[in-house]
Design a binder for this molecule. Structure first.
Ligand code: ATP
Ligand code: MG
Length: 575
């Protein structure tokens, strides 16, 4: 590609709209432009990178015997009504009507469409297993689109769906997809972990997320410093000392103490001069099975997903202050488990069993209760693990390990769906005995743009992007410093031709620009190898070759330059 004919669109200044590095650098390197919130143009450089990610994904999916299809972005509402997600999906699902007043959605995911495809064309177990994938546009009306391609509303996903006669066959495919994903993200040159995840509302039995480790990540990744246990924060377990409920012998009855305006654990424990671990922290959750009051020791945090699972619901989230006031007539900081209206569902974390003389909200303004104890003063429906994992907590899997926490970006997700869609939508096959069976399904997603963004988060410096070679828009850039010097331009064109013939993606910076501009752009773009031809070097018979990730210039004889560049790129990894 001759840059004189290219739309490079690089920018010197850091764009104000972008908070994270990858978003800033994608704009500055001329990869993307914002059209609307969470909706972007991919510029020529952006397309190059995205196609490289896609090609790695496509290669590895094909290698794993998955078949590429292309499904519509516009999907009829009837399919979503059949699966039950027309009502359940919420506001991320963008709905609209056509001219005949029929309801449609822009597909945020394709379980319905693919289940419909399969039920039309598959009727026998002999046609299974099959794994179908596409690399295509999704639309999700995200509540908070941000970070550019990392959390967009319109974005490209590789989504795959597998179909099996039984759970064992799905297990094998699930493991094969985990291996495939490991290969994909390794080939992209990323540092990642695959972690256990909550199976969530889609209703399945196993789920793993692939996390690229980066400080700017939206998710917390918990892992053991000793063994290979790793999970996301929603799912992470901790080895708990499960105490029996404490004895109340000798403990005075609960007694009100004034705590004017003191709501948080720190404020109340500081004011009363007690250990925060003695506080019975009480939070109210809205869940799909109704409101729930959850208690935990003041030093720990409650995990929403564990609350959801403890009550067997599809979802759970913290109640709004107004909702709490309406339910219990008091502000959030003064709610406690003692004396709540009959029928209130109370659950508690194991840590509450260790509190033999507790302090908690009195369900009256500006008052707390002391001398509170589980069992005598309140009786939770269940006592279980509700705690978010914490740094240095004991590992749930090995004897000596302790948990560490890092930030991660979820780039992929593999998931056992089971028969949720095949049952609701009637996808069955006849088994070997001629008996009708619901098909067992798995689904497997990768965010293509998010993977490119994650690669930038992991690989950049003050001058710009440092692409892992497999994702770079160009493998190499040839930079003649003086565009007025015909001899230099001709020599540069010669290198360009030879490197192109060797099968590389090469840029020739033949623009009528100052040397400084060309070098700055090459660094910003993150091209792995740069070949500079200056007048003096050329006369001395050398080029100046720089590996972007290393930074030092090497002088290389003109006739050895092509082979040296090929060798350097080989070291940097195969595309
Ligand atoms: P998140 O928790 O980040 O919202 P999700 O659980 O909704 O992700 P999935 O439905 O599992 O994501 O989608 C599969 C993959 O698609 C994700 O692993 C991620 O890489 C990508 N993805 C999801 N939402 C977005 C988005 N808004 N923008 C870009 N990529 C996305
Ligand atoms: Mg999401």
């Amino acid at each position: 590609m001759k840059l004189s004919r290219y739309l490079l669109a690089t920018l010197r200044d850091v764009p104000k709209e972008a908070e994270v590095t990858s978003h800033q650098l994608m704009i500055r390197a001329g990869m993307i432009r914002r059209v609307a919130s969470g909706v972007y143009d991919l510029m020529p450089t952006g397309v190059r990178v995205i196609r490289k990610v896609e090609q790695i994904v496509r290669d590895e999916m094909n290698r794993a015997n998955a078949l590429e299809v292309s499904l519509p972005v516009v999907q009829p509402a009837e399919l979503w009504q059949e699966s039950g997600r027309w009502d359940a999906y919420g506001r991320e699902l963008l709905r609209f009507r056509d001219r005949g007043d029929r309801d449609f959605v822009l597909g945020p995911t394709h379980e319905e469409v693919i289940t419909d495809l399969m039920r039309r064309d598959v009727s026998s177990y002999k046609q299974l297993p099959v794994n179908l994938y596409q690399i295509h546009t999704k639309f999700r009306d995200e509540i908070r689109p941000r970070f550019g391609l990392m959390r967009a509303r319109e974005f490209t996903m590789k989504d795959a769906y597998s179909f099996h006669l039984d759970a064992d066959c799905l297990d094998r495919e699930f493991r094969s997809m985990v291996d495939t994903y490991r290969r994909i993200f390794s080939r992209c040159g990323l540092e990642f972990r695959d972690v256990e995840a909550d199976s969530g509302a889609i209703g399945g039995s196993a789920s793993s997320e692939f996390m690229v480790l980066a400080d700017s990540g939206e998710d917390a990744v918990i892992f053991c410093g000793t063994c290979d246990y790793a999970a996301n924060l929603e799912k992470a377990e901790v080895r708990r000392d499960i105490d029996a409920p404490p004895e109340a012998t000798g403990l005075p009855s609960p007694e009100e103490v004034p705590t004017p305006g003191k709501k948080s654990i720190d404020e109340v424990s500081g004011f009363l001069g007690i250990d925060p671990g003695q506080m019975i922290k009480t939070l109210v959750f809205q869940t799909s099975v109704g409101p729930v009051v959850a208690c935990i020791a003041g030093t720990l945090e409650i995990n929403e997903t564990k609350v959801k699972n403890a009550v067997g619901g599809d979802w759970a989230h913290l109640a709004e202050p107004g909702e709490v006031k309406e339910l219990f007539g008091v502000e959030i900081g003064f709610v406690g488990p003692v004396g709540l209206p009959d029928g209130t569902r109370i659950i508690a974390d194991y840590s509450v069993n260790a509190i033999s003389d507790g302090v908690t909200g009195a369900n009256r303004p500006d008052l707390h209760l002391r001398h509170v104890i589980i069992g005598r003063d309140f009786e939770p429906a269940i006592v279980t693990d509700l705690a978010s994992a914490w740094k240095d907590a004991p590992c749930p899997r090995c004897d000596n390990g302790h948990l560490e926490i890092r930030r991660g970006i979820e780039v992929g997700h593999v998931f056992k769906l089971g028969t949720k869609y095949s049952e609701s939508m009637g996808l069955t096959v006849l088994d070997a005995n001629g008996k009708s069976q619901p098909v067992v399904m798995g689904c497997y997603g990768i965010g293509i743009g998010r993977t490119a963004a994650a690669a930038i988060e992991q690989n950049h410096d003050d001058s710009g992007i440092i692409w892992p070679r497999p994702l770079a828009p160009f493998d190499a850039v040839v930079v003649p410093l003086d565009p007025k010097n015909d001899q230099l331009m001709e020599a540069a064109a010669g290198f360009y031709d030879s490197l192109c013939e060797a099968g590389l993606d090469v840029a020739l910076d033949d623009r009528q620009e100052r040397a400084g501009v060309k070098l700055t752009d090459a660094e910003l773009l993150g091209v792995p190898v740069r070949i500079v031809l200056g007048k003096r070097g050329y006369e001395n018979g050398v080029t100046e070759v720089t590996v972007r990730a290393v930074g030092d210039k090497q002088e290389i004889p003109l006739d050895e330059t092509v082979s040296a560049v090929l060798a350097l790129l080989d070291e940097a990894g195969q595309a």
